[in-house]
Design a binder for this molecule. Structure first.
Ligand SMILES: Nc1ncnc2c1ncn2[C@@H]1O[C@H](COP(=O)(O)OP(=O)(O)OP(=O)(O)O)[C@@H](O)[C@H]1O
Length: 767
């Protein structure tokens, strides 16, 4: 038994404070609930008294009440949510020039004393919370709305609460390391990402709060908190701009639906559950309003891993090219030609007699005036212009015609020199002519515009795409600046094959999105104002550029890790290029510290990282120790293999590990592992598919590529037949797999080198 822990001298005081805060929250919640009732009844009244014809007053009052109702609902919601942990930290701070010290408590929402307006709880996203995240004790400064505030920080305190009660308090000074972080990391992964508001580190805080009006790109090591930080940044953004943006205007793009499920828990915690969440594939399909038949996106990767392609270099080249900015330029030139086809070449006439609008003017509208609109919308606008013209000109023309023939009639009727027979014939002729012209103008004014516009070609997105990529002559017209004849032929043949199978591949989606945006536009509701892209290393340059165009914003938070770029044949290889050519306003930051894994695991993963053909700095683990990873040789019989795994899994459960994954190199390998365990073991397993939710209670069997972004307490990395070699893609897959566990990693293979462990320095593996 250890020494009983000495109680902090101010513990009782803090308990009092917690009781006070909760009482206050009770009152506020009750009061606002009452308010809500009265809002509701006046809302009802407003509706009842509503006169739909002349209702500006009651309508206004309804709107105002609805607004208030929503606000109070939000308030209650967030207060109730934090009720059991109203705050997690406190700072004591004296602003320069002030006599008294402020005591501030930070939590996940804010609460003010309704009378004095003094803060009872300060939101972690408010500028002053930087004192907690950045500030060392002593002289400090923080920025709020462009002003720098100097002051003195005399206390930083963390609170640990259990079941709504204060369990412990810790003061942080220069000497103590961040115990709360250590404890939080030592905990178990619940298969879901959690919020880290109480332990955000300084380097992470800088990214979360980096200039919200600029794009940011983060190259962060495995486990450095990229996903977590990106989500906190959205939360910070929504808080800061709550008057200007709604959560629905934010979007997070995740690699697959499994990942969306994985982050789902943390979003409501951060108050951002209403943001759009999508995969790139789903997003593009929504934008183009149609589901396309897509080849399985991982098929190509598997083809490379399993060496099934006859000409892997060309397949790789083609994938890369379709994601390149050169391909975007090809499409830009193609679009210019498409635009040309949409410009009327003839003047617009109403009946062959009256020219209403010249082709030059229409060209000017389409090329210069409506540049803010997609092409087909520009044509629609021209149609509108012509219709308006017809509407106003019709009247003028009819009057002109009437006047002209009435004059003729007058002349005939009052011309005494005409004999009656001739006069009659003149009069009838003039009257007929008048009728004829009037009818013609009336008839044509109804149809002429439609008939004129109908002459402009109208095609679907898929038609345009197909034309470009499968018509060799056309493609060569645009591509010959970039590609040689062989490449052009290869490209077109490949696309023709896909087209015949009525299929597209992931790499085509950037071009489709880009064309959609320029030709027809993207629905306003889909145009997020602020976008987070996770696992961005798997995006191509063109994908990013197409997103930026389609969303008409460069407000992106892009996080990724090139070391985990297993799709680098089609993805980004250089962040510099992304900045220079796509997001010139972006700031760039790196995160080298890993919060996920133990020192022992990270050291081995770092040795694998060194084998990659490009330079990436080693990852620094936050100092947290665990057992050394162990390599096990497979016994020959299947039953024995399963028994070996089962015994380790049982030991891990005994040790309190909650989430365990068996990771294999490929899907096929995982199927074998599943079969093995189902047949020879009673351990419950779940073979994870791309669109499945993780079942927390089972051991998850997952292939390396799909495991990217996820984490588990323990990982058993298995190679039955498919081993990791020293090629780039294998190295990255191995690195991804090795960086998934929080606490425990072991290897199962036929040879140590199945996992390239010969490259791991002596002594780093356990026995
Ligand atoms: N400041 C922190 N306090 C506590 N836990 C943290 C902190 N930063 C990161 N973590 C934890 O570290 C783990 C890794 O975080 P996250 O998954 O966001 O990293 P990542 O960089 O996206 O990783 P990967 O590239 O491997 O997908 C998570 O469990 C997260 O909760």
């Amino acid at each position: 038994m250890g020494e009983p822990k000495q109680k902090h001298p101010e513990f009782d005081q803090e308990v009092e404070r917690l009781i006070f805060t909760k009482k206050y929250m009770d009152i506020v919640i009750q009061a606002t609930e009452l308010d809500e009732e009265s809002f509701k009844s006046s809302f009802k009244e407003a509706l009842e008294g509503m006169d739909f014809k002349d209702s500006s007053f009651s309508y206004m009052s309804m709107l105002t009440n609805a607004n208030l109702l929503q606000r109070t609902n939000e308030e209650i919601r967030s207060l109730k949510k934090i009720y059991h942990k109203p705050y997690f930290a406190r700072v004591d701070y004296k602003r320069k020039g002030k006599d008294s010290e402020e005591i501030l408590y930070f939590g996940k929402a804010s609460l003010f004393d309704r009378e004095t307006q003094d803060p009872i709880i300060v939101d972690w996203r408010s500028p002053i919370a930087n004192l907690y995240y950045d500030g060392r004790l002593g002289e400090v400064e923080y920025e709020a709305e462009g002003e720098i505030y100097d002051g003195f920080l005399s206390l930083k305190r963390q609170f640990i609460m259990e079941d709504g009660e204060l369990a412990d308090i810790r003061d942080i000074d220069l000497t103590t390391t961040d115990e709360l972080l250590q404890e939080s990391l030592a905990g178990s992964s619940g298969n879901r990402l959690t919020d880290i508001v109480s332990t955000i580190q300084e380097e992470q805080n800088r990214i979360i709060r980096a200039d919200l009006n600029k794009p940011i790109i983060v190259q962060g090591a495995a486990g450095s908190g990229k996903t977590t930080i990106a989500l906190h940044r959205i939360s910070y953004f929504i808080y800061t701009y709550q008057d200007r943006f709604r959560p629905e205007q934010m979007m997070i793009l995740a690699p697959n639906n499994l990942f969306i499920d994985y982050i789902s828990e943390v979003l409501p915690e951060l108050g951002v559950d209403r943001i759009l969440q999508s995969t790139f594939i789903d997003f593009v399909q929504s934008c183009i309003g149609k589901k396309v038949k897509l080849r399985p996106p991982s098929e190509k990767l598997m083809g490379f891993i399993n060496h099934t392609y006859e000409d892997p270099e060309m397949v790789q080249w083609l994938s890369g090219f379709k994601g390149s900015l050169e391909f975007k330029r090809i499409i830009d030139s193609y679009l210019l030609d498409i635009l040309h086809t949409l410009i009327p070449k003839e003047d617009f006439y109403l009946t062959p007699k009256f020219k209403l609008y010249t082709a030059d003017k229409m060209e000017n509208l389409i090329r210069n005036e409506y540049t803010y609109l997609p092409y087909y919308r520009r044509v629609e606008k021209v149609k509108g212009v012509l219709k308006n013209y017809v509407r106003t000109e019709k009247k003028v023309l009819l009057e002109k015609v009437a006047k002209f023939y009435d004059q003729k009639l007058d002349k005939a009727l009052f011309n005494s020199k005409l004999d009656p027979a001739k006069r009659k014939s003149y009069v009838t002729k003039a009257m007929d002519k008048k009728d004829e012209m009037t009818n013609e103008i009336t008839r044509e004014s109804r149809t002429a515009v439609n008939a004129f516009i109908r002459k402009i070609p109208k095609h679907t997105l898929f038609h345009y795409f197909k034309e470009l990529v499968t018509n060799r002559e056309l493609f060569a017209k645009y591509a010959s600046d970039y590609l040689d004849d062989y490449q052009i032929k290869y490209f077109v043949d490949y696309q023709l094959k896909l087209h015949r199978q009525k299929q597209y591949e992931l790499e085509d989606l950037a071009a489709l999105l880009y064309l959609q945006h320029h030709l027809y536009g993207v629905d306003k509701d889909l145009r997020a104002k602020n976008v987070v892209i996770d696992e961005a290393q798997d995006y191509s340059y063109f994908q990013l550029a197409a997103l930026k165009s389609a969303l008409e914003t460069d407000m992106f938070t892009i996080v990724g890790d090139l070391a985990q770029g297993i799709h680098s044949y089609r993805g980004i290889q250089d962040w510099n290029k992304v900045i220079q050519e796509i997001f010139p306003r972006a700031s760039y930051t790196t995160l080298q510290k890993s919060y996920r894994t133990t020192v022992e695991i990270m050291e081995i993963a770092n040795d694998i990282l060194k084998l990659l053909p490009f330079e990436l700095p080693s990852v620094e683990p936050v100092v947290r120790h665990g057992s050394k990873p162990v390599y096990h040789n497979w016994p020959s019989a299947d039953g024995d293999k399963a028994a070996l795994l089962t015994s380790e899994i049982n030991d891990l459960y005994q040790d309190g590990r909650k989430t365990i994954a068996i990771i294999g190199k490929t899907e096929k390998e995982c199927q074998k592992l599943e079969k093995l365990l189902r047949k020879h073991s009673d351990v419950k397993v779940q073979l994870l598919g791309e669109n499945e939710e993780i079942n927390q209670k089972d051991v998850v069997i997952v292939h390396a590529q799909l495991a990217k972004g996820l984490e588990f307490d323990a990982v058993l990395l298995c190679a039955m037949e498919e081993v990791f070699t020293e090629v780039e893609i294998d190295l990255k897959l191995l690195y991804v797999a090795m960086t998934r566990p929080l606490h425990h990693l072991s290897f199962y293979g036929n040879d140590k080198n199945d996992f390239l462990l010969e490259h791991v320095a002596e002594g780093k593996l356990g026995e």
